[in-house]
Design a protein around this ligand. Structure first.
Ligand SMILES: CC(C)(COP(=O)(O)OP(=O)(O)OC[C@H]1O[C@@H](n2cnc3c(N)ncnc32)[C@H](O)[C@@H]1OP(=O)(O)O)[C@@H](O)C(=O)NCCC(=O)NCCS
Length: 167
């Protein structure tokens, strides 16, 4: 049966290795800042605690924020801007370092794609040119490079726009 609800209209999703839950609670903001402020790419892009705190908590109706919980602990964050360019844009995706490399990112991206497919034919992401692991991850998820945008986030660093498209 074809689902007709809007993309990213769900509040909680149980995936095999984690739970994805809409919204960042006030008490989670500080933990997320701590998780990401020393982690690349954000560390290398000089996104300090104040910038991250504001991004995680400010009013932004087109930004769908989903926290990731693993074993009832905060493990990461996915932020999707939608509507965007004929499909959603993965604007922020990170897991705490102790949760890397065990398949959670792949599961979450597959879920994001299922959501995108409800209404769109594109899913977008931007990855920093120095973030080779991130680029490899998105390529394995089926994204293709579209082009580099120099200095988009930080001077001296390029961002690669990537697209996953289906018919
Ligand atoms: C990128 C990220 C979300 C992937 O999630 P994940 O759960 O670690 O990924 P999975 O376990 O499903 O898949 C592993 C693949 O992710 C990629 N990857 C990227 N960074 C990685 C990391 N730090 N550790 C392990 N794998 C990483 C690799 O391609 C790896 O494949 P490989 O085994 O062939 O090297 C996660 O590693 C992360 O939060 N990294 C730091 C932040 C980041 O780079 N975010 C994306 C760009 S903004």
């Amino acid at each position: 049966m074809i689902e007709t609800r809007p993309s990213f209209g769900v509040n909680v999703v149980a995936l095999p290795g984690c739970m994805v839950k809409r919204g960042v609670a006030a008490g989670e903001v500080g933990d997320l800042v701590e998780m990401f402020v020393e982690l690349d790419p954000w560390r290398r892009l000089n996104m300090d605690a104040a910038v991250l705190r504001s991004y995680f908590s400010r009013n932004d109706p087109a930004l769908h924020r989903y926290v990731v919980n693993r074993d009832h602990r905060l493990a990461g964050l996915l932020c999707v801007r939608y509507p965007w360019l004929r499909g959603p844009y993965i604007e922020f995706f990170g897991l705490g370092s102790e949760h890397h490399g065990i398949g959670l990112g792949t599961q979450i991206m597959a879920w994001a794609e299922r959501e995108a497919r409800l209404e769109s034919k594109n899913l977008w992401v931007i990855v920093s040119s120095f973030n080779h692991g991130g680029r490899r991850f998105y390529e394995r998820c089926g994204f293709s490079p579209i082009g580099e945008i120099s200095g988009l986030v930080a001077a001296g660093s390029d961002e690669l726009l990537m697209r996953k498209h289906w018919f």
